[in-house]
Design a binder for this molecule. Structure first.
Ligand code: HEM
Length: 495
């Protein structure tokens, strides 16, 4: 029962203290109240939809394709519904179409995207070679490579993996995903509270984060404006600038300067956290399950051997693909997708969903519910049929479906495959001695992430040799005890 003014917020708060995660609260209530769970959170009506059929129904119906008008969502786009992720209606449709067209023009989904990912993998391997055997903080390891790949296509730029400016941008993106959860938090439910308690509602921090991220994006766009050759677009930003110049005099300009900035932020935010967090979870599960890691090593040895991993190998690496799918399932970093909104009153099951209602999709529950056998176990085999083929279960929608389906799926899956194969071709991942097993409990936020943990990247030792010891040999300087390693020639063509 909703209380006056605050609605169900008190119950949410109480249950959040007990269950720790928003998606688990929705999950528990959905089990109790049904697939269409209606809540009133302050001034907002919110529905959580669960179950494969109901979720697919929402994703396939035009009437539920809107995005919420809530204060939190428009705060990041100059108070307007522009860009891709949080826009809707005709402007979303055309911006999404144009952005996809330009992404493809500049390599998205082609061999040159594969080359970009391979280059980042090479750089990452070089870095890990330098600190092989040392404990490495894993939470940020994939951030810069992931941004580099996307940013090369969007802005034609790549940064060194130790670049401080980009590290700061990655930090800002990550932080902006941690201030609230996907429902938008208190700032969405009572927007006027930002005037009274701007710190507590997260308003002040979000404003600062958006300001800094837009400063970075604006600078990149201004650099493009000053160096652009209108007959030779270099990247997605150039292509948008040319389109803007061509349509300048038309009353219905397709894209504005503000919109271009929001599209850049959309791609950075949607493309970085999700892939980076899933890659960290992938590494975490390999470390926790030696058997999984050994089977991956074996498949890499059998199919790829010592040459550079390629996307074309995927067809013959069913186990590796299954490990990636299992990590997407069990970690479900986009735990409730991106909120949809009913653009008209509409019937869903036996309920009328009023226009303007926010809709969260219980994707984490869909991927971890009782329809899966032992859902809490990391078991890649569940994605492999008896005849050794990959299975695509009905209850598996990590990238959504329908017209708002994720536009980054092809990139994300390619990145996860190449990161995993490159790293395990050269290293064996282990928990550093004395560190606890990394926990599978996630950290809450707009997307879920792994709790901080460390890993040691051990160079693959020749078969039969023991792991090299970290105990040094005494002397004027300390040296390592003699050991042997397999150094695999890596003819990437980028060095
Ligand atoms: C493991 C990685 C990823 C996961 C799990 C993921 C998941 C999702 C999900 C669940 C949605 C919401 C679909 C809906 O609203 O119904 C979405 C939307 C979106 N994703 Fe991804 N995503 C990933 C990677 C990426 C990447 C790499 C990009 C960058 C190119 C990207 C860009 C987007 C955009 C722009 C949208 C909004 C689409 C729209 O509203 O029309 N995502 N993603």
């Amino acid at each position: 029962m909703p209380l006056p003014i605050i609605g169900n917020l008190f119950s949410v708060w109480l249950n959040l203290r007990r269950l720790k995660y928003h998606h688990v609260v929705w999950q528990e209530w959905s089990r109790q109240y049904g697939e269409v769970l209606g809540l009133q959170l302050g001034c907002i009506n919110l529905v959580v939809v669960s179950g494969a059929d109901r979720i697919k129904e929402v994703l396939s119906r035009e009437v539920f394709n809107g995005r919420p008008d809530g204060f939190f969502y428009t705060l990041r786009s100059f108070g307007k519904k522009i860009g891709i992720v949080f826009a809707d209606g005709p402007s979303w449709n055309s911006t999404r179409r144009v952005a996809l067209k330009y992404l493809k023009t500049f390599g998205y989904g082609t061999a040159s995207m594969e080359a970009l990912i391979t280059e980042e993998c090479s750089e990452l391997i070089k870095l890990r070679m330098q600190d092989a055997g040392e404990p490495i903080e894993m939470d940020h390891m994939f951030d810069i490579p992931v941004v580099n790949i996307l940013w090369r296509i969007v802005a034609g730029k790549r940064y060194d993996l130790k670049d401080d400016r980009l590290r700061k941008i990655c930090y800002l993106i990550k932080r902006s995903f941690k201030v609230v959860d996907m429902s938008g938090g208190i700032i969405n439910f009572f927007p006027y509270l930002r005037h009274i308690i701007p710190g507590y509602t997260g308003y002040r921090e979000l404003k600062e984060l958006h300001h800094s991220m837009y400063m970075f994006i604006k600078n990149v766009i201004r650099e493009h404006e000053s160096t652009i050759k209108y007959d030779k677009p270099r990247d997605v930003i150039d292509a948008f600038l040319i389109e803007m110049a061509e349509n300048k005099d038309r009353s219905a300009a397709t894209v504005t300067d503000a919109e271009l900035q929001v599209v850049c932020l959309d791609l950075l935010q949607a493309g970085m956290e999700t892939v980076s967090n899933t890659a960290v979870f992938l590494a975490l599960h390999c470390m926790r399950d030696e058997d999984v890691q050994m089977r991956l090593h074996r498949e890499i040895d059998d199919v790829i051997g010592e040459r550079v991993p390629q996307l074309a190998d995927r067809g013959r690496m069913v186990y590796t693909e299954a490990v990636i799918l299992e990590a997407l399932r069990i970690s479900s970093v986009a735990a409730v997708g991106i909120p949809h909104m009913a653009v008209q009153d509409a019937q869903l099951g036996s309920y009328i969903i009023p226009r303007g209602t926010f809709i969260l999709l219980a994707l984490h529950d869909l991927h971890n519910g009782p329809q899966w056998e032992d859902p809490h176990l990391f078991n890649p085999e569940r994605f492999i049929s008896n005849s050794g083929k990959l299975i695509s279960p009905d209850s598996f929608l990590p990238f959504g479906c329908g017209r708002r389906r994720c536009i980054g799926e092809a990139l994300a899956r390619s990145e996860l495959f190449l990161f995993l194969t490159h790293l395990l071709q050269s290293f064996h991942l282990e928990t550093p001695p004395g560190d606890p097993q990394p926990s599978t409990d996630p950290v809450n936020g707009v997307t879920l992430s792994a709790k901080p943990f460390r890993a040691s990247f051990h160079l693959e030792t020749p078969p039969g040799d023991p792991q090299p010891s970290t105990d040094p040999v005494n002397g004027v300087t300390l040296s390592a005890k003699p050991f042997r390693a397999v150094f695999k020639p890596r003819a990437t063509g980028f060095n």
